[in-house]
Design a protein around this ligand. Structure first.
Ligand SMILES: C[S@@+](CC[C@H](N)C(=O)[O-])C[C@H]1O[C@@H](n2cnc3c(N)ncnc32)[C@H](O)[C@@H]1O
Length: 524
Protein backbone atom coordinates (compact mmCIF):
# COMPACT_ATOMS: atom_id res chain seq x y z
CA UNK A 1 0.00 0.00 0.00
CA UNK A 2 1.30 3.47 -0.85
CA UNK A 3 2.41 5.42 2.24
CA UNK A 4 0.15 8.23 3.46
CA UNK A 5 1.32 11.81 3.24
CA UNK A 6 2.27 11.71 6.96
CA UNK A 7 4.18 8.45 6.62
CA UNK A 8 6.03 9.76 3.61
CA UNK A 9 6.92 12.95 5.45
CA UNK A 10 8.30 10.86 8.31
CA UNK A 11 10.31 8.57 6.02
CA UNK A 12 11.80 11.57 4.25
CA UNK A 13 12.58 13.43 7.46
CA UNK A 14 14.36 10.38 8.90
CA UNK A 15 16.38 9.84 5.74
CA UNK A 16 17.42 13.49 5.63
CA UNK A 17 18.39 13.28 9.31
CA UNK A 18 20.55 10.19 8.72
CA UNK A 19 22.24 11.87 5.76
CA UNK A 20 22.74 15.05 7.70
CA UNK A 21 24.43 13.04 10.45
CA UNK A 22 27.18 12.18 8.00
CA UNK A 23 27.40 15.68 6.59
CA UNK A 24 25.17 15.30 3.50
CA UNK A 25 22.62 18.03 2.91
CA UNK A 26 18.96 17.41 2.24
CA UNK A 27 19.26 18.81 -1.28
CA UNK A 28 22.17 16.52 -2.09
CA UNK A 29 20.63 13.32 -0.74
CA UNK A 30 17.20 13.91 -2.27
CA UNK A 31 17.90 12.73 -5.86
CA UNK A 32 19.77 9.68 -4.57
CA UNK A 33 16.91 8.84 -2.27
CA UNK A 34 14.45 9.18 -5.12
CA UNK A 35 16.53 6.87 -7.29
CA UNK A 36 16.74 4.15 -4.63
CA UNK A 37 13.05 4.51 -3.84
CA UNK A 38 12.34 3.68 -7.45
CA UNK A 39 14.94 0.92 -7.64
CA UNK A 40 13.49 -0.79 -4.56
CA UNK A 41 9.94 -0.62 -5.88
CA UNK A 42 8.91 2.13 -3.47
CA UNK A 43 9.91 0.05 -0.50
CA UNK A 44 11.49 1.96 2.34
CA UNK A 45 12.82 -1.04 4.24
CA UNK A 46 15.99 -1.69 2.24
CA UNK A 47 16.71 2.04 2.20
CA UNK A 48 16.31 2.38 5.95
CA UNK A 49 18.10 -0.85 6.81
CA UNK A 50 21.41 -0.74 8.60
CA UNK A 51 21.04 2.95 9.41
CA UNK A 52 20.57 3.98 5.75
CA UNK A 53 23.76 2.29 4.71
CA UNK A 54 22.71 1.71 1.07
CA UNK A 55 21.56 5.32 0.76
CA UNK A 56 24.78 6.77 2.16
CA UNK A 57 26.98 4.40 0.14
CA UNK A 58 25.15 5.19 -3.07
CA UNK A 59 25.44 8.91 -2.41
CA UNK A 60 29.21 8.68 -2.10
CA UNK A 61 29.48 6.61 -5.23
CA UNK A 62 27.50 9.11 -7.25
CA UNK A 63 29.38 11.99 -5.68
CA UNK A 64 32.63 10.50 -6.72
CA UNK A 65 31.46 10.04 -10.30
CA UNK A 66 30.23 13.59 -10.36
CA UNK A 67 33.55 14.83 -9.07
CA UNK A 68 35.36 12.86 -11.76
CA UNK A 69 33.16 14.03 -14.59
CA UNK A 70 32.43 17.58 -13.64
CA UNK A 71 35.69 18.64 -12.09
CA UNK A 72 36.18 21.46 -14.59
CA UNK A 73 32.57 22.34 -15.10
CA UNK A 74 30.73 25.17 -13.45
CA UNK A 75 28.36 23.87 -10.76
CA UNK A 76 24.72 24.12 -11.76
CA UNK A 77 22.31 25.99 -9.62
CA UNK A 78 19.95 23.75 -7.68
CA UNK A 79 16.29 24.38 -7.52
CA UNK A 80 14.96 23.98 -4.00
CA UNK A 81 11.74 22.02 -3.89
CA UNK A 82 9.08 22.88 -1.39
CA UNK A 83 8.12 20.13 1.04
CA UNK A 84 4.85 19.64 -0.88
CA UNK A 85 6.64 19.21 -4.20
CA UNK A 86 9.17 16.99 -2.53
CA UNK A 87 6.58 14.53 -1.22
CA UNK A 88 4.56 14.68 -4.40
CA UNK A 89 7.55 13.59 -6.41
CA UNK A 90 7.91 10.52 -4.18
CA UNK A 91 4.21 9.72 -4.16
CA UNK A 92 3.75 9.82 -7.89
CA UNK A 93 7.26 9.18 -9.04
CA UNK A 94 7.01 12.31 -11.20
CA UNK A 95 10.17 14.28 -11.10
CA UNK A 96 12.73 15.55 -13.46
CA UNK A 97 14.71 12.35 -12.85
CA UNK A 98 12.06 9.65 -13.12
CA UNK A 99 8.73 9.02 -14.72
CA UNK A 100 6.44 6.15 -13.84
CA UNK A 101 4.33 4.26 -16.32
CA UNK A 102 1.75 1.65 -15.40
CA UNK A 103 1.14 -1.63 -17.10
CA UNK A 104 -1.17 -4.54 -16.49
CA UNK A 105 0.57 -7.74 -15.58
CA UNK A 106 -1.01 -11.06 -14.66
CA UNK A 107 -4.17 -9.23 -13.79
CA UNK A 108 -2.36 -7.11 -11.23
CA UNK A 109 -1.77 -3.42 -11.53
CA UNK A 110 1.92 -2.86 -11.19
CA UNK A 111 4.29 -0.07 -11.95
CA UNK A 112 6.91 -0.26 -14.64
CA UNK A 113 9.67 2.25 -14.35
CA UNK A 114 10.60 4.27 -17.35
CA UNK A 115 13.99 5.77 -16.99
CA UNK A 116 15.22 8.69 -18.93
CA UNK A 117 18.11 7.42 -20.98
CA UNK A 118 19.64 10.84 -21.17
CA UNK A 119 19.11 11.18 -24.90
CA UNK A 120 15.51 12.17 -24.54
CA UNK A 121 14.17 8.68 -25.26
CA UNK A 122 12.40 6.58 -22.67
CA UNK A 123 13.15 2.90 -22.02
CA UNK A 124 11.32 0.30 -19.97
CA UNK A 125 13.76 -0.54 -17.21
CA UNK A 126 12.64 -4.12 -16.63
CA UNK A 127 13.61 -5.19 -20.10
CA UNK A 128 16.86 -7.03 -19.69
CA UNK A 129 16.90 -8.86 -16.42
CA UNK A 130 17.25 -12.04 -18.50
CA UNK A 131 20.93 -11.28 -18.16
CA UNK A 132 20.74 -13.79 -15.34
CA UNK A 133 21.08 -16.55 -17.88
CA UNK A 134 24.15 -15.10 -19.60
CA UNK A 135 27.34 -17.02 -19.29
CA UNK A 136 29.59 -14.05 -18.66
CA UNK A 137 28.22 -13.29 -15.23
CA UNK A 138 30.40 -10.34 -14.38
CA UNK A 139 29.18 -8.45 -17.42
CA UNK A 140 25.64 -8.58 -16.14
CA UNK A 141 26.37 -5.86 -13.68
CA UNK A 142 26.95 -2.93 -15.94
CA UNK A 143 27.68 0.59 -14.82
CA UNK A 144 25.14 3.23 -15.73
CA UNK A 145 26.34 4.59 -19.07
CA UNK A 146 25.05 8.09 -18.65
CA UNK A 147 26.35 10.96 -16.70
CA UNK A 148 25.19 10.80 -13.12
CA UNK A 149 24.99 13.77 -10.84
CA UNK A 150 23.27 14.47 -7.58
CA UNK A 151 21.32 17.22 -9.29
CA UNK A 152 20.14 15.47 -12.40
CA UNK A 153 20.09 11.71 -11.92
CA UNK A 154 20.06 9.67 -15.11
CA UNK A 155 20.61 5.94 -15.31
CA UNK A 156 21.08 3.38 -18.03
CA UNK A 157 18.19 1.48 -19.56
CA UNK A 158 19.51 -1.92 -18.48
CA UNK A 159 18.75 -3.69 -15.22
CA UNK A 160 19.08 -1.38 -12.25
CA UNK A 161 22.79 -1.60 -11.73
CA UNK A 162 24.68 0.28 -9.16
CA UNK A 163 28.38 -0.41 -8.96
CA UNK A 164 30.54 1.17 -6.36
CA UNK A 165 34.02 2.38 -7.30
CA UNK A 166 37.08 0.30 -6.61
CA UNK A 167 39.80 1.02 -4.09
CA UNK A 168 41.45 3.81 -6.11
CA UNK A 169 38.38 5.99 -6.00
CA UNK A 170 37.66 4.86 -2.51
CA UNK A 171 40.76 6.49 -1.14
CA UNK A 172 39.68 9.97 -2.21
CA UNK A 173 36.56 10.57 -0.20
CA UNK A 174 36.76 10.30 3.55
CA UNK A 175 33.31 9.81 4.86
CA UNK A 176 32.46 11.35 8.23
CA UNK A 177 31.41 9.01 11.01
CA UNK A 178 27.66 8.71 11.50
CA UNK A 179 26.32 9.96 14.80
CA UNK A 180 24.58 6.72 15.71
CA UNK A 181 25.13 3.41 17.39
CA UNK A 182 25.68 1.69 14.04
CA UNK A 183 29.25 0.82 13.13
CA UNK A 184 30.90 3.82 11.47
CA UNK A 185 31.08 3.47 7.70
CA UNK A 186 34.39 4.39 6.20
CA UNK A 187 35.47 4.44 2.59
CA UNK A 188 37.95 1.71 3.35
CA UNK A 189 35.25 -0.76 4.29
CA UNK A 190 32.92 0.13 1.50
CA UNK A 191 31.68 -2.76 -0.56
CA UNK A 192 30.40 -3.02 -4.07
CA UNK A 193 26.65 -2.94 -4.38
CA UNK A 194 25.19 -4.65 -7.40
CA UNK A 195 21.54 -4.88 -8.15
CA UNK A 196 19.25 -6.48 -10.72
CA UNK A 197 15.77 -5.13 -10.23
CA UNK A 198 13.87 -8.25 -11.31
CA UNK A 199 15.37 -11.67 -11.93
CA UNK A 200 11.93 -13.01 -12.86
CA UNK A 201 11.84 -11.09 -16.16
CA UNK A 202 8.39 -9.82 -15.13
CA UNK A 203 7.01 -13.36 -15.06
CA UNK A 204 5.92 -13.15 -11.41
CA UNK A 205 3.31 -10.81 -9.93
CA UNK A 206 6.04 -9.22 -7.83
CA UNK A 207 9.54 -8.29 -8.90
CA UNK A 208 12.38 -10.18 -7.19
CA UNK A 209 15.57 -8.19 -7.00
CA UNK A 210 19.09 -9.51 -6.66
CA UNK A 211 21.74 -7.64 -4.70
CA UNK A 212 25.33 -8.31 -3.89
CA UNK A 213 26.50 -6.06 -1.09
CA UNK A 214 29.63 -8.11 -0.61
CA UNK A 215 30.89 -7.97 -4.18
CA UNK A 216 31.87 -11.63 -4.50
CA UNK A 217 28.95 -13.13 -6.32
CA UNK A 218 29.01 -14.40 -9.85
CA UNK A 219 25.61 -15.30 -11.20
CA UNK A 220 24.72 -18.91 -11.85
CA UNK A 221 23.71 -19.78 -15.40
CA UNK A 222 19.99 -20.27 -15.16
CA UNK A 223 16.76 -19.23 -16.78
CA UNK A 224 13.91 -17.98 -14.60
CA UNK A 225 10.63 -19.85 -15.08
CA UNK A 226 7.57 -19.25 -12.89
CA UNK A 227 5.96 -22.67 -13.52
CA UNK A 228 7.22 -26.23 -13.83
CA UNK A 229 7.81 -27.48 -17.35
CA UNK A 230 8.39 -30.98 -18.74
CA UNK A 231 11.95 -31.65 -19.84
CA UNK A 232 11.34 -34.62 -22.13
CA UNK A 233 10.00 -37.99 -21.02
CA UNK A 234 7.93 -37.15 -17.97
CA UNK A 235 4.33 -38.28 -18.31
CA UNK A 236 1.78 -35.81 -17.02
CA UNK A 237 -1.90 -36.43 -17.51
CA UNK A 238 -3.72 -33.23 -16.70
CA UNK A 239 -7.27 -33.33 -17.93
CA UNK A 240 -10.67 -32.41 -16.57
CA UNK A 241 -11.96 -35.92 -17.22
CA UNK A 242 -9.51 -37.30 -14.67
CA UNK A 243 -10.98 -35.11 -11.95
CA UNK A 244 -13.96 -37.03 -10.57
CA UNK A 245 -16.97 -35.05 -9.43
CA UNK A 246 -16.23 -36.05 -5.84
CA UNK A 247 -12.69 -34.66 -6.19
CA UNK A 248 -13.82 -31.10 -6.83
CA UNK A 249 -16.56 -28.70 -5.78
CA UNK A 250 -18.68 -28.16 -8.88
CA UNK A 251 -21.55 -26.69 -6.88
CA UNK A 252 -19.55 -24.14 -4.91
CA UNK A 253 -19.42 -20.46 -5.72
CA UNK A 254 -17.41 -17.51 -4.39
CA UNK A 255 -15.13 -18.42 -1.50
CA UNK A 256 -15.24 -22.03 -0.26
CA UNK A 257 -13.78 -20.99 3.10
CA UNK A 258 -16.86 -18.96 3.89
CA UNK A 259 -19.39 -21.71 3.20
CA UNK A 260 -21.10 -23.31 6.19
CA UNK A 261 -19.80 -26.79 5.43
CA UNK A 262 -16.34 -27.45 3.99
CA UNK A 263 -16.65 -28.73 0.41
CA UNK A 264 -15.20 -31.89 -1.17
CA UNK A 265 -11.82 -30.21 -1.66
CA UNK A 266 -11.30 -30.33 2.10
CA UNK A 267 -11.71 -34.15 2.27
CA UNK A 268 -8.01 -34.68 1.79
CA UNK A 269 -7.28 -32.79 5.01
CA UNK A 270 -9.90 -34.48 7.16
CA UNK A 271 -12.82 -32.30 6.14
CA UNK A 272 -11.14 -29.07 7.24
CA UNK A 273 -9.54 -26.43 5.05
CA UNK A 274 -5.92 -25.82 5.99
CA UNK A 275 -5.89 -22.11 5.14
CA UNK A 276 -7.17 -19.24 7.27
CA UNK A 277 -9.18 -16.44 5.63
CA UNK A 278 -5.92 -14.44 5.67
CA UNK A 279 -4.27 -17.08 3.49
CA UNK A 280 -2.05 -18.52 6.23
CA UNK A 281 -1.62 -22.19 7.01
CA UNK A 282 -3.61 -23.11 10.09
CA UNK A 283 -1.51 -23.57 13.21
CA UNK A 284 -2.77 -27.10 13.83
CA UNK A 285 -1.90 -28.35 10.36
CA UNK A 286 1.50 -26.69 10.44
CA UNK A 287 2.48 -27.99 13.86
CA UNK A 288 1.45 -31.55 12.97
CA UNK A 289 3.53 -31.30 9.83
CA UNK A 290 6.51 -29.82 11.68
CA UNK A 291 6.40 -32.54 14.32
CA UNK A 292 6.79 -35.17 11.63
CA UNK A 293 9.58 -33.34 9.81
CA UNK A 294 11.52 -32.71 12.99
CA UNK A 295 11.00 -36.13 14.54
CA UNK A 296 11.74 -38.57 11.71
CA UNK A 297 11.22 -41.53 14.01
CA UNK A 298 7.53 -40.65 14.02
CA UNK A 299 7.34 -40.64 10.24
CA UNK A 300 5.71 -43.46 8.32
CA UNK A 301 7.50 -44.95 5.35
CA UNK A 302 6.22 -46.93 2.40
CA UNK A 303 8.36 -49.29 0.37
CA UNK A 304 7.88 -49.94 -3.34
CA UNK A 305 8.29 -53.38 -4.78
CA UNK A 306 10.46 -52.13 -7.62
CA UNK A 307 11.86 -48.74 -6.57
CA UNK A 308 12.57 -46.32 -9.47
CA UNK A 309 15.53 -44.88 -7.55
CA UNK A 310 17.21 -48.26 -7.13
CA UNK A 311 16.26 -49.24 -10.69
CA UNK A 312 18.02 -46.21 -12.15
CA UNK A 313 21.17 -47.07 -10.20
CA UNK A 314 21.23 -50.67 -11.34
CA UNK A 315 18.55 -51.85 -13.74
CA UNK A 316 19.59 -55.52 -13.75
CA UNK A 317 20.02 -56.02 -10.03
CA UNK A 318 18.18 -53.19 -8.24
CA UNK A 319 18.55 -53.08 -4.47
CA UNK A 320 15.46 -53.05 -2.33
CA UNK A 321 13.57 -49.82 -1.77
CA UNK A 322 14.95 -47.67 1.05
CA UNK A 323 11.49 -46.25 1.73
CA UNK A 324 9.57 -43.06 1.00
CA UNK A 325 8.08 -40.84 3.67
CA UNK A 326 4.28 -40.79 3.73
CA UNK A 327 3.32 -37.14 3.50
CA UNK A 328 0.19 -35.15 4.19
CA UNK A 329 -1.02 -33.29 1.10
CA UNK A 330 -2.89 -30.04 0.79
CA UNK A 331 -5.56 -30.04 -1.90
CA UNK A 332 -6.53 -26.75 -3.51
CA UNK A 333 -9.67 -25.98 -5.52
CA UNK A 334 -9.06 -25.75 -9.26
CA UNK A 335 -10.59 -25.37 -12.73
CA UNK A 336 -13.43 -27.86 -12.36
CA UNK A 337 -14.49 -26.23 -9.08
CA UNK A 338 -17.35 -23.72 -9.05
CA UNK A 339 -15.64 -21.23 -6.71
CA UNK A 340 -13.84 -18.17 -7.98
CA UNK A 341 -10.14 -17.52 -8.39
CA UNK A 342 -10.02 -15.52 -5.16
CA UNK A 343 -11.37 -18.51 -3.18
CA UNK A 344 -9.41 -18.92 0.05
CA UNK A 345 -8.59 -22.51 -0.86
CA UNK A 346 -6.39 -21.32 -3.73
CA UNK A 347 -3.14 -20.01 -2.31
CA UNK A 348 -0.19 -21.75 -3.91
CA UNK A 349 -1.66 -21.55 -7.43
CA UNK A 350 -1.89 -17.75 -7.15
CA UNK A 351 1.90 -17.57 -7.00
CA UNK A 352 4.42 -15.47 -5.10
CA UNK A 353 3.01 -12.40 -3.44
CA UNK A 354 5.62 -11.50 -0.82
CA UNK A 355 8.64 -9.31 -1.39
CA UNK A 356 11.69 -11.48 -1.81
CA UNK A 357 15.28 -10.69 -2.66
CA UNK A 358 18.20 -12.85 -3.75
CA UNK A 359 21.37 -11.72 -1.97
CA UNK A 360 24.96 -12.82 -1.61
CA UNK A 361 25.33 -14.41 1.82
CA UNK A 362 28.30 -13.74 4.01
CA UNK A 363 28.63 -17.27 5.45
CA UNK A 364 30.06 -18.93 2.36
CA UNK A 365 26.73 -20.31 1.23
CA UNK A 366 26.73 -18.36 -2.04
CA UNK A 367 23.45 -16.72 -3.02
CA UNK A 368 20.51 -16.95 -0.67
CA UNK A 369 16.95 -15.63 -0.45
CA UNK A 370 15.61 -13.18 2.11
CA UNK A 371 12.27 -11.57 2.70
CA UNK A 372 12.00 -7.79 2.51
CA UNK A 373 8.91 -7.77 4.70
CA UNK A 374 7.72 -9.44 7.89
CA UNK A 375 6.09 -12.79 7.15
CA UNK A 376 3.58 -14.22 9.56
CA UNK A 377 3.84 -17.86 10.61
CA UNK A 378 2.24 -20.11 7.99
CA UNK A 379 2.74 -17.69 5.06
CA UNK A 380 3.11 -19.17 1.61
CA UNK A 381 6.43 -17.98 0.17
CA UNK A 382 6.99 -19.75 -3.14
CA UNK A 383 7.01 -23.21 -4.64
CA UNK A 384 10.01 -25.14 -5.85
CA UNK A 385 9.87 -24.72 -9.63
CA UNK A 386 12.02 -26.48 -12.17
CA UNK A 387 12.12 -28.91 -15.05
CA UNK A 388 9.98 -32.00 -14.60
CA UNK A 389 12.27 -34.98 -15.17
CA UNK A 390 11.82 -38.69 -14.82
CA UNK A 391 13.91 -40.25 -12.12
CA UNK A 392 16.12 -41.82 -14.79
CA UNK A 393 16.65 -38.50 -16.57
CA UNK A 394 17.70 -36.93 -13.30
CA UNK A 395 20.02 -39.81 -12.49
CA UNK A 396 21.69 -39.52 -15.91
CA UNK A 397 21.98 -35.75 -15.51
CA UNK A 398 23.64 -36.14 -12.14
CA UNK A 399 26.03 -38.72 -13.52
CA UNK A 400 27.08 -36.44 -16.39
CA UNK A 401 27.76 -33.47 -14.11
CA UNK A 402 30.74 -34.99 -12.35
CA UNK A 403 28.98 -34.70 -8.99
CA UNK A 404 30.97 -31.79 -7.66
CA UNK A 405 29.80 -29.08 -10.03
CA UNK A 406 26.19 -29.30 -8.97
CA UNK A 407 25.08 -26.30 -7.00
CA UNK A 408 21.46 -26.99 -6.49
CA UNK A 409 19.40 -29.79 -5.11
CA UNK A 410 16.65 -31.35 -7.20
CA UNK A 411 13.61 -32.71 -5.41
CA UNK A 412 11.95 -36.09 -5.90
CA UNK A 413 8.15 -36.07 -6.13
CA UNK A 414 7.94 -39.38 -4.30
CA UNK A 415 5.23 -38.55 -1.79
CA UNK A 416 2.92 -41.13 -3.31
CA UNK A 417 5.31 -43.69 -4.70
CA UNK A 418 4.39 -46.23 -2.10
CA UNK A 419 0.78 -46.48 -3.25
CA UNK A 420 1.80 -48.31 -6.41
CA UNK A 421 3.98 -51.33 -6.18
CA UNK A 422 5.51 -50.89 -9.61
CA UNK A 423 5.92 -47.40 -10.93
CA UNK A 424 6.75 -46.82 -14.59
CA UNK A 425 9.82 -44.67 -15.10
CA UNK A 426 7.83 -41.91 -16.87
CA UNK A 427 5.61 -41.65 -13.78
CA UNK A 428 8.47 -41.42 -11.26
CA UNK A 429 9.02 -37.67 -11.39
CA UNK A 430 11.50 -35.14 -10.01
CA UNK A 431 11.94 -31.37 -10.22
CA UNK A 432 15.27 -29.81 -11.07
CA UNK A 433 15.64 -26.02 -10.78
CA UNK A 434 19.31 -25.94 -11.69
CA UNK A 435 19.04 -24.71 -15.30
CA UNK A 436 15.44 -23.60 -15.43
CA UNK A 437 13.91 -22.67 -12.11
CA UNK A 438 12.41 -19.99 -9.91
CA UNK A 439 13.63 -18.13 -6.85
CA UNK A 440 13.46 -21.32 -4.75
CA UNK A 441 16.64 -22.56 -6.40
CA UNK A 442 18.48 -19.95 -4.33
CA UNK A 443 17.07 -21.01 -0.96
CA UNK A 444 19.83 -22.37 1.26
CA UNK A 445 19.75 -25.31 3.62
CA UNK A 446 19.49 -25.11 7.40
CA UNK A 447 19.62 -28.21 9.55
CA UNK A 448 16.48 -28.89 11.54
CA UNK A 449 15.22 -25.38 12.33
CA UNK A 450 14.89 -23.70 8.92
CA UNK A 451 12.17 -21.06 8.80
CA UNK A 452 10.50 -22.73 5.79
CA UNK A 453 8.94 -26.12 5.35
CA UNK A 454 8.00 -27.83 2.09
CA UNK A 455 4.51 -29.27 1.77
CA UNK A 456 3.10 -31.24 -1.20
CA UNK A 457 0.12 -29.53 -2.79
CA UNK A 458 -2.32 -31.11 -5.20
CA UNK A 459 -3.72 -28.63 -7.70
CA UNK A 460 -4.35 -29.80 -11.28
CA UNK A 461 -4.55 -33.53 -10.94
CA UNK A 462 -5.60 -36.11 -8.36
CA UNK A 463 -2.86 -38.27 -9.85
CA UNK A 464 -0.15 -37.89 -7.23
CA UNK A 465 2.74 -38.63 -9.53
CA UNK A 466 2.82 -34.90 -10.09
CA UNK A 467 2.19 -32.22 -7.47
CA UNK A 468 3.56 -28.88 -6.32
CA UNK A 469 6.09 -28.51 -3.55
CA UNK A 470 5.21 -25.33 -1.66
CA UNK A 471 7.26 -23.49 0.97
CA UNK A 472 5.51 -22.03 4.01
CA UNK A 473 7.05 -20.19 6.96
CA UNK A 474 7.38 -22.24 10.15
CA UNK A 475 7.36 -19.12 12.34
CA UNK A 476 7.13 -15.35 12.06
CA UNK A 477 10.06 -14.19 9.94
CA UNK A 478 11.43 -10.66 10.20
CA UNK A 479 12.19 -8.41 7.26
CA UNK A 480 15.69 -9.09 5.91
CA UNK A 481 15.95 -12.54 7.50
CA UNK A 482 17.31 -15.23 5.24
CA UNK A 483 14.79 -17.91 4.25
CA UNK A 484 16.02 -21.48 4.69
CA UNK A 485 14.68 -25.02 4.63
CA UNK A 486 16.04 -28.36 5.72
CA UNK A 487 17.06 -30.20 2.53
CA UNK A 488 16.90 -33.37 4.68
CA UNK A 489 20.24 -34.41 3.29
CA UNK A 490 22.28 -37.13 4.81
CA UNK A 491 25.78 -35.68 5.07
CA UNK A 492 27.15 -39.18 5.49
CA UNK A 493 25.67 -40.63 2.30
CA UNK A 494 28.84 -41.27 0.34
CA UNK A 495 26.91 -42.97 -2.48
CA UNK A 496 24.79 -39.96 -3.35
CA UNK A 497 25.72 -38.59 -6.80
CA UNK A 498 25.74 -35.06 -5.39
CA UNK A 499 28.47 -34.73 -2.79
CA UNK A 500 27.34 -33.03 0.39
CA UNK A 501 28.58 -29.49 0.94
CA UNK A 502 30.32 -28.28 4.05
CA UNK A 503 27.32 -26.95 5.94
CA UNK A 504 27.62 -23.48 7.44
CA UNK A 505 23.96 -23.15 8.38
CA UNK A 506 24.81 -21.98 11.90
CA UNK A 507 22.05 -24.03 13.50
CA UNK A 508 22.82 -25.50 16.90
CA UNK A 509 21.41 -28.74 15.52
CA UNK A 510 23.72 -28.77 12.51
CA UNK A 511 24.12 -32.36 11.34
CA UNK A 512 27.28 -31.58 9.41
CA UNK A 513 29.02 -30.29 12.55
CA UNK A 514 28.55 -33.63 14.24
CA UNK A 515 30.38 -35.56 11.54
CA UNK A 516 33.84 -35.92 12.96
CA UNK A 517 36.68 -36.75 10.60
CA UNK A 518 34.44 -37.02 7.53
CA UNK A 519 35.71 -35.71 4.22
CA UNK A 520 33.33 -33.13 2.71
CA UNK A 521 33.30 -31.20 -0.51
CA UNK A 522 32.17 -27.59 -0.53
CA UNK A 523 29.95 -26.89 -3.53
CA UNK A 524 29.12 -23.32 -2.47
C1 LIG B 1 19.84 -24.92 -3.87
S1 LIG B 1 21.42 -24.19 -3.90
C2 LIG B 1 21.14 -22.76 -2.97
C3 LIG B 1 21.64 -21.53 -3.69
C4 LIG B 1 23.12 -21.41 -3.75
N1 LIG B 1 23.62 -20.92 -2.47
C5 LIG B 1 23.60 -20.53 -4.88
O1 LIG B 1 24.49 -19.70 -4.68
O2 LIG B 1 23.09 -20.66 -6.00
C6 LIG B 1 22.33 -25.30 -2.89
C7 LIG B 1 23.78 -24.97 -2.76
O3 LIG B 1 23.96 -23.84 -1.92
C8 LIG B 1 25.03 -24.04 -1.00
N2 LIG B 1 24.47 -24.15 0.34
C9 LIG B 1 23.18 -24.23 0.67
N3 LIG B 1 23.02 -24.30 1.99
C10 LIG B 1 24.24 -24.27 2.53
C11 LIG B 1 24.72 -24.34 3.85
N4 LIG B 1 23.91 -24.46 4.90
N5 LIG B 1 26.06 -24.30 4.04
C12 LIG B 1 26.90 -24.17 3.00
N6 LIG B 1 26.51 -24.11 1.70
C13 LIG B 1 25.19 -24.16 1.48
C14 LIG B 1 25.69 -25.34 -1.41
O4 LIG B 1 26.70 -25.05 -2.32
C15 LIG B 1 24.57 -26.08 -2.10
O5 LIG B 1 25.07 -27.00 -3.03
Amino acid sequence: MAPTREQLREHLANAYKAANAVGISKEDIKPVLRRLYQAFDENWEPIEADNYRVLIDTYFELKEKEDDEQRDQKPRKRRHLTEEEDQASFRTGSSSEFSLGHSRHNGNHRSTRHLDSGDGSVHPERASASAVSCSNHKNNFTKPKNKVSTDDVTVSAGPTSIRRPGPVGAARIQRPKPESNAAPITCEDKKPLRCISDITKSTEKVAISLVDEVGNGSLPKFNYIPHNIIYENAHLNISLSRIADEDCCLDCSGDCLSSALPCACAHETGGEFVYTPEGLLKEEFLSKHMALVREPEKQNYVYCQDCPIERSKNEDMPESCKGHVVRQFIKECWRKCGCDVQCGNRVVQRGISCKLQVFWTSQGKGWGVRTLEVLEKGSFVCEYVGEILTNTELYNRNMKSNGNDRHTYPVTLDADWGSEQILRDEDALCLDGTLHGNVARFINHRCFDGNLVDIPVQVETPDRHYYHLAFFTTRKVNAFEELTWDYQIDFDDEDHPIKAFHCTCGSEYCRSKKRKGKKVVNLG
